[in-house]
Design a protein around this ligand. Structure first.
Ligand code: ATP
Ligand code: MG
Length: 229
C-alpha cells in the first residue's frame, strides 16, 4: 500500500480578528499537490482572509499554516516573500497587471524577479501567452486589452514560474459568464498539466464546478463539502 502524498498546505484552527470583527474563527483547510480546491461562501465570510493566511500574506492571530511541513509563522518576512516568488502564483479579480509594462513583460516579470535573463524570461513568457491564446497581445499594455484578455495574461503570469500553488481570488469576478468559463478552463487545464494546486475563491457555483473539491466558509468557519456529504 502506498501512503497518501503529504499535503502541500495544511491550515489548522485559524483565527484572525480585525478589531472586534472575527474574520476567521477556527478555519481549516488542506490542499494536496495538483488539486483544485474551490473556497465558497457569502460576502464577508472570510474567504479572502483565509487565502491570504494560506499564502503567508496575512499572519493569523492563532492557528497554524504548514507549507510542505514547514510552519509559515516561524519563517521570517523575507523567507515568506521568497516563498511567494518561487512557489506560489497569484490571480486576483482585476488582474493587477503592471500598467507601464507590456503584456509580455508582465508575464516575464516573475522570472525576471527570480533572476532570469530578459531573453530567456520573455521567450518562456511568450509560450505562456500562446497557451492562454493571447499571443497577439504581447506588445500591448494592460490598458489596451479587454477584461477577459487581461485575466488570461494574469493567469499566464501566475503559472510562468512553475508554482506549486496558484491562489486565485475571484479570478472571473469581473467577467461575463462566457469569458469567465474560458478563463477557468484555461487556468484549470494549465494547472492540471503542470501539476500546480489551485486555491480558488469564488461566489459562483458555475466557477466552483471547475474544482475537484469544495470548501464552504461561513462566519469565519470552514466546512469541507466532500467530508460533510
Ligand atoms: N484589512 C481589513 N481590515 C478590517 N477588516 C477586514 C479586513 N479584511 C477583512 N476584514 C473583515 O473581515 C471579514 C472577512 O473579510 P474577507 O475579505 O475575508 O471576506 P470575503 O469572504 O473574502 O468577502 P467577499 O466575498 O466580499 O470578498 C469581513 O467582516 C471584513 O469586513
Ligand atoms: Mg474576498
Amino acid at each position: 500500500m502506498t501512503a497518501a502524498p503529504e499535503p502541500l498546505l495544511v491550515a489548522t484552527d485559524l483565527r484572525k480578528a480585525y478589531g472586534p470583527t472575527p474574520a476567521l474563527d477556527g478555519a481549516e483547510l488542506t490542499v494536496r499537490a495538483g488539486e483544485v480546491v474551490a473556497v465558497m461562501g457569502p460576502s464577508g465570510s472570510g474567504k479572502s482572509t483565509l487565502l491570504h493566511c494560506l499564502a503567508g500574506i496575512v499572519t493569523p492571530d492563532s492557528g497554524d499554516v504548514r507549507y510542505r511541513g514547514q510552519q509559515m509563522s516561524l519563517m521570517s518576512d523575507g523567507e515568506r516573500s521568497a516563498l511567494r516568488r518561487t512557489d506560489f502564483g497569484f490571480v486576483f479579480q482585476f488582474g493587477q497587471l503592471v500598467p507601464e509594462l507590456t503584456c509580455l513583460e508582465n508575464v516575464a516579470m516573475p522570472l525576471r524577479l527570480a533572476g532570469r535573463r530578459r531573453k530567456d524570461a520573455e521567450a518562456l513568457a511568450a509560450t505562456w501567452l500562446e497557451r492562454l491564446e493571447v499571443t497577439d497581445l504581447a506588445g500591448k499594455r494592460p490598458g489596451e486589452v479587454s477584461g477577459g484578455q487581461g485575466q488570461r495574461v494574469a493567469v499566464a503570469r501566475a503559472l510562468v514560474g512553475a508554482p506549486r500553488v496558484v491562489f486565485a481570488d475571484e479570478p472571473t469576478g469581473a467577467l461575463d459568464s462566457l469569458n469567465g468559463e474560458r478563463v477557468m478552463r484555461l487556468l484549470t487545464d494549465a494547472a492540471h498539466d503542470t501539476g500546480a494546486a489551485v486555491v480558488l475563491v469564488t461566489h459562483e457555483p458555475r466557477v466552483a464546478a471547475y474544482s475537484d473539491r469544495e470548501i464552504v466558509v461561513r462566519d469565519g468557519k470552514s466546512r469541507d463539502m466532500e467530508r460533510a456529504a
